[in-house]
Design a protein around this ligand. Structure first.
Ligand code: UD1
Ligand code: BG6
Length: 372
């Protein structure tokens, strides 16, 4: 089952160019010239107009599935022009969150069996909200009991650390955002750009996978560290959180992902010549702010590792000679998080192997948490 790969996690990381194709299969419709012209989600056609009339969209999940919600929130707000809020499933239940009949609540889960997510869904359903599933496992409890949804079709994910499900969840929710905005004339060119970038995504992921050797070398440098700090903002706040979660859960190395905009409000105190800082600074609307964060971190002697756009010659100069530069291919800004997570998945894999930990079954964790 693992084929040429030593571990499921590695296999699943390398499957991503194909798994995102599976997520898009039959759903990104091409015109006569082969260009992507529209999105068709069979499970959503009867629900699109209800969702468009909602008062807000709530995205809800646990762990990696919650991080995928963070990754798509900005785009979903832009394309639907509705408020999109985020909820951790366990917190919905703890707070007895106010949900209403005119809310659309989207539940994201690889397994479709996570107890907190399932209970949060039942809670939302009891309050009359429309419940949508973004689920990998066909026939799972969440898939069966939501009103409608999208199967991400990533294929079975065995490694406890979620990798291909994360990128496919993002792609599925980008498709959902596109299908919710089909009638908008003002968004026509933006939607076209996103759809054509979706078709380029498998190749961009393939190129990002070529960073494997560089990530292995970086893992050698970082394997004896006690802590890592990851900084991202905008579309890549999720990349910082998900990268940190991967390192934490499999490499058993403390790591923290932060919103770079919060850097000055606490985390800056940690910066010295020892703590490795991984900064996601690919070219999007947040780029100038990330460049200025790099300047400030360099001025404090920070140990910099940057994830940058392959065509960017500027930010490496700002970071200085001592910085490690990881170059990733460029896609449309709202899809860049799918590419940017790949080197961090590879890094966490190599850190785990070098530190001698169990890659596919990390200590104390389960693939599917079916108790509250
Ligand atoms: C469906 C078929 C797919 C087929 C395609 C052809 C299934 C599972 N999928 O895919 O094999 O190739 O038609 O047109 O038979 N749903 C939920 N909650 C969820 C996920 C999905 O209620 O969390 C519902 C959907 O609303 C839909 C059904 O399950 O009614 C299947 O969803 P999905 O597989 O995403 O639909 P299609 O892409 O149309
Ligand atoms: C568990 C897994 O905690 O559940 C995580 O170890 C996962 O990797 C989380 O992200 C949520 O799981 P699911 O199946 O609901 O996406």
């Amino acid at each position: 089952m693992k084929g040429e790969f030593e571990h499921f996690m590695k296999k699943e990381i390398h499957e991503q160019p194909e798994s995102v194709v599976q997520t898009m299969m039959g759903r990104v419709v091409k015109d006569m010239e082969g260009a992507a012209s529209r999105v068709f989600l069979g499970g959503m056609i009867n629900f699109v107009s209800t969702i468009r009339r909602s008062r807000r969209i709530v995205l809800c999940g646990c762990g990696t599935s919650y991080n995928s919600a963070i990754a798509v929130r900005q785009l979903m707000e832009e394309l639907t022009e509705l408020p999109v809020t985020l909820e951790l499933a366990s917190d919905v239940l703890d707070r007895r969150c106010p949900f209403f009949r005119d809310d659309t609540c989207v539940f994201i889960s690889q397994s479709g069996e996570t107890a907190d997510t399932l209970k949060a869904m039942q809670y939302a359903k009891d309050r009359g909200a429309l419940c949508v599933g973004i689920v990998n496992t066909v026939g799972s409890a969440i898939s069966r009991s939501t009103d409608c949804g999208v199967h991400i079709n990533a294929g079975a994910e065995i490694g406890v650390a979620s990798t291909k499900a994360y990128t496919c969840q993002i792609v599925a929710m980008v498709l959902l955002s596109l299908s919710l905005s089909e009638d908008s004339m003002s968004l026509h060119s933006r939607r076209k750009r996103i759809m054509s970038s979706l078709l380029e995504l498998p190749n961009a992921i393939r190129k990002a996978l070529l960073l494997d050797a560089q990530m292995r070398e970086l893992a050698k440098e970082l394997k004896d560290e006690n802590s890592l700090l990851l900084l991202g903002r905008g579309y890549n706040y999720a990349t910082a959180l998900e990268g940190a979660l991967k390192v934490k859960e499999v490499a058993l190395l403390h790591s923290e992902g932060i919103l770079a905009g919060e850097m000055k409000h606490g985390p800056l105190a940690l910066v010295d010549e020892v703590l490795p800082l991984i900064i996601v600074a690919t070219m999007d609307d947040s780029y100038k702010k990330q460049e200025s964060a790099v300047q400030q971190l360099r001025a404090r002697g920070g140990r910099l590792i940057l994830i940058v756009s392959e065509e960017d010659d500027e930010i490496a100069k700002t970071a200085g000679d001592k910085a490690t530069i990881v170059r990733v291919p460029t896609v449309e800004d709202c899809l860049q998080s799918v590419v940017n997570i790949v080197p961090l998945q590879l890094l966490s894999y190599h850190l785990t192997v070098l530190r001698g930990h169990n890659v596919d079954q990390p200590r104390n964790l389960a693939k599917s948490v079916t108790v509250e």
